[in-house]
Design a protein around this ligand. Structure first.
Ligand code: DAH
Length: 368
């Protein structure tokens, strides 16, 4: 390398090392490698040299250019790292701020109830399944043994979407699901028996009064295997309602009822008393009962439903149940009006909600 190139290299290397920030470094780069930069200018002189000189000078200049470019790159990453370290050191966030009870959020009674229901059924060996809010006519009605024109469809009027041009027949008719029972179908179609699942989710109907809102929540349960019978249904649901309401001897009654997707079908009522002012779940202090509250619907899964899901009813059988989550929360926590669940009134939430710091729940775990 000729002396002048060596001297230039020393000079530029010094300038690169001296660049204290990215802006200064970029100035050096433009000065040296830019269109009118010093190395660029020197390259331009090559044209006027004789071939021998051009060859050696050209090689030396190219090597210098590459070396300088590499040095600039290295300095650039060092400066970037320095800048980031500086920001990390100064821009710290104090996450140790203690909670302020006056502004702390509360767990909504719907979430709390879902957690309680999950805990009880998980103890009994159920797992949690999911399904879509936007269903098709087949999963929401037909497969559940409400064929088109069936009068039971009338009780579940809902919101229909425009037909899906990509789908055919009953899959094309889309609607907001009227119940979580549709998840039974999806689960049985997509999985091999035996089945033992619960499912939670939003459901929709065109209703609005003190006990109905257009959107509400349901929980569904399904148990299918080769030997499950009505006795299992009764035992499972009696254990469940007693655990949920926390009353070991809570009177429970099974009242025959009709749902197209079960046979026989029943509704489960719990004993209560209205004598001593207000509603007393579990009945009077002396154990007598003077009223019944309806809690949920249930039954043995209809053979047609099993067949619609590809199961042989001579081999498989089982039970299903469904309940409204708001209703379960209203009864347990004494909430009088369903509509208030969705008004987003903080005073309501502070009153009926649950502190994440006090209640054990799935999100925070059990605190000592
Ligand atoms: N899907 C019913 C409804 O929304 C509730 C129900 C009743 C679900 C009986 C079930 C059942 O699984 O077996 O009114």
């Amino acid at each position: 390398m000729t002396n002048d190139i060596q001297a230039l290299k020393t000079e530029i290397t010094g300038q690169i090392g001296g660049a204290k920030d990215l802006k200064a470094l970029d100035d050096v780069r433009v000065n040296v490698l830019g269109k009118k930069g010093r190395i660029t200018d020197l390259m331009k002189t090559l044209g006027g040299m004789d071939p021998e000189e051009r060859k050696t000078k050209g090689q030396a200049l190219n090597a210098l250019k590459d070396e300088i470019a590499a040095l600039i790159k290295r300095q650039e990453s060092a400066l970037k790292k320095q800048e980031l370290d500086g920001r990390l050191a100064t821009e710290t966030i104090d996450i140790s701020l203690s909670p302020r009870p006056e502004v702390m959020g509360h767990i909504h009674p719907i979430s709390q109830t879902i957690e309680e229901l999950t805990a009880i059924f998980a103890d009994m060996g159920f797992s949690v399944a999911e399904g879509p809010d936007i269903e098709d006519d087949f999963h929401n009605f037909t497969a559940l043994n409400f064929p088109p024109g069936h009068p039971a469809r009338e009780m579940q009027d809902t919101f229909f979407l425009p037909d899906d041009p990509e789908e055919q027949g009953e899959y094309a008719k889309k609607l907001l699901r009227t119940h979580t029972s549709a998840v039974q179908i999806r689960h049985m179609q997509g999985n091999k028996p035996p089945h033992k699942i619960i499912c939670f989710g939003r459901t929709y109907r065109s209703d609005y009064d003190m006990t109905h809102t257009p959107m509400f929540h349901q929980m569904e349960g399904l148990v299918i295997d080769k030997a499950t019978h009505m006795g299992h249904l009764k035992g499972c649901l009696m254990d469940f309602v007693r655990a949920y309401f926390g009353i070991d001897d809570l009177p429970v009654r099974f009242r025959p009822s009709f749902f197209p997707f079960v046979e026989p079908g029943a509704e489960v009522d719990i004993g209560c008393s209205r004598k001593e002012g207000g509603l007393r779940l579990g009945g009077n202090k002396d154990g007598s009962v003077d009223g019944w509250m309806e809690i949920l619907g249930c039954g043995m899964v209809h053979p047609k439903v099993l067949m619609n899901c590809g199961l042989d009813p001579d081999e498989y059988q089982g039970f299903a149940f469904g309940m409204g989550i708001e209703r379960m929360a209203m009864l347990k926590y004494g909430i009088p009006d369903l509509r208030t669940f969705y008004e987003s009134d903080l005073r309501w939430l502070r009153h009926y909600g649950f502190s994440p710091l006090e209640r054990p729940n799935n999100a925070t775990g059990v605190k000592a």
